[in-house]
Structures are given as C-alpha cells and as structure tokens.
Design a protein around this ligand. Structure first.
Ligand SMILES: Nc1ncnc2c1ncn2[C@@H]1O[C@H](COP(=O)(O)OP(=O)(O)O)[C@@H](O)[C@H]1O
Ligand SMILES: [Mg+2]
Length: 245
C-alpha cells in the first residue's frame, strides 16, 4: 500500500490540528500512529477513512486521491476499507452474528444466506462461534471488540483502520484483541492503527508516525523510532509511556 499526504491541513474552528503535512510512504503493510493525546492521530485516521474532509491538501492512497468532493465517490471509497473504533460501536439490539451480517447485506448487497455463511466462518476462525447468538450486553469487552473487528474484516477491506482498539478495555482483555490484530497482520491484512500500547506498536508496525504539534514530529521503522535518539518531544513521550512498562 502506498500513502501520500500532500500539504494536508485540517482545522476545527480556530484550532489547527494538522498544518501542511506532507509525506510519502511506499510498500506499507502496517502503519502505526503514536503520540500525545490531542495530537491529531484520530483526525488523521478519519481523514484517511474519508470521515473528515481536509481544509486543504490531498490524501492519495495506492495512487488514487481520496475524493472528498463527492458524497457518492466517498461512500464507494469507504466500502473498500474497514474501520474499528475505540468503543465497539456494535448495535446493542442485534446478536454478534447479526452485527456482522447487517453491513454485508445492507451495504454490500450480499444475500442473507451468504452473509451468514461468511460471518460464521469468521466467528469460527476467531474462536467466537459460541458467542454468535449473544447480544453485546452479554459479551465481555474483549469479545465485543473482537466481534467489531470481525465485522470490519468480513467486508474484505483493502485495509483496516483501527483507532485505539484496546483503550476502552479492561486490561485482561487487551491481549486477546491485540492477538487477533496480530493474526490478521500475519495473514497479510494491511493495517493503519492508532495505539497507546507501545509494546504492540513496536512489534506490529513496519513503520511508525509520531503525530503531534500540527504534524508528523518523527517517523521511521520501530527499531529507529524506539531507539530514542531522535526528537526530544518523542523521547519525552516515550520516557513517560514506557516508565512502568
Ligand atoms: N470534531 C471536532 N471538533 C472540534 N475539535 C476537535 C474535533 N475532533 C478533534 N478535535 C480536537 O482536535 C485535536 C486533535 O484531536 P484528535 O485527532 O482526536 O487527537 P488524538 O487522537 O491524537 O488524541 C484535539 O485538540 C481535539 O480536541
Ligand atoms: Mg484519538
């Protein structure tokens, strides 16, 4: 996957979150955003997902610019990617199975039978088959988030965007969710991920962006970024978040 940002600027009212950010990454398999809270990671991810529109500049993915101008093109574009948010966003009144099949049927035009088959295969594969007929309220946080990931993956996205997928979880559920993401990565799923789990960021990324101060403060493969010889702001952040790790 290639990702290019060209003079990307995003503001919310008088707040400039990203200012003239440019970047060109080639052959990306697993891109991870880290950085301080409020630094703009979610904003950048949502811009890439076509859920926010930049004030100016462009995002070009695999050679094609994201076309923010047309709602219809944007909708088609969004169908090609999977998105997982911090808090699971499952429909509370639907079973795990129906949460997965609903978008397959309604957005992607699958026949209900086929959607069900696809969903059951995924649930089986990720050891969630026993949970298929439970509603979100009957599931643990880790199970809910794994169902949410299954739902995104069922759509066979070109890439999967995840925004702090473990930050709303009780600590005992973190590893089962990270294991699932790691499994997907090993199978070749393209990922763009925001995380505060530095161990995971280090292991699961092939490239890291440190987002803050209106742009990308530092970037590089994990071995380089975690080396700690770069920008002071990165080192200060890493010292804080790694202190008790
Ligand atoms: N929809 C919005 N309206 C106004 N301000 C926003 C909105 N979304 C994010 N912000 C602000 O933009 C800044 C960057 O936020 P965000 O991208 O969520 O950072 P991060 O994900 O790195 O914590 C923060 O100051 C946040 O309060
Ligand atoms: Mg965020």
């Amino acid at each position: 996957m290639t990702l290019e940002l060209k003079n990307l600027t995003k503001t919310y009212g008088s707040l400039t979150v990203l200012e003239n950010v440019s970047l060109k990454l080639e052959d990306i398999h697993s891109l991870v955003f880290i950085g301080p809270s409020g630094g703009g990671k979610t904003t950048l991810l949502r811009l890439i997902a076509g859920l926010e529109t930049p004030d100016s500049g462009e995002i070009i993915i695999n050679g094609h610019p994201v076309e923010y101008g047309s709602e219809e093109t944007l909708r088609e574009y969004r169908k090609r990617l999977g998105m997982v948010f911090q808090a699971y966003n499952l429909f509370p009144h639907l079973t795990a199975l129906d949460n997965i099949t609903l978008p397959l049927v309604q957005v992607h035009g699958y026949k209900p039978e086929r959607a069900r088959e696809e969903a059951l295969i995924l649930l089986e594969r990720f050891h969630l088959a026993d949970q298929a007929h439970k509603r979100p309220a009957q599931l643990s946080g880790g199970q809910k988030q794994r169902i949410a990931i299954c739902r995104a993956v069922a759509l066979r996205p070109e890439f999967l965007l995840l925004d702090e997928p473990t930050s709303a979880l009780d600590p005992e559920y973190t590893s089962e969710v990270l294991d699932l993401i790691e499994e997907l990565r090993e199978e070749g799923m393209r990922l763009i991920l925001v995380t505060h789990e530095m161990g995971f960021a280090r292991q699961a990324s092939d490239y890291l962006l440190f987002v803050g101060d209106r742009g990308i403060i530092a970037q590089g493969p994990p071995a380089v970024l975690f080396e700690g010889q770069g920008d002071d702001r990165v080192n200060r952040f890493l010292n804080k978040v790694l202190k008790y790790n």
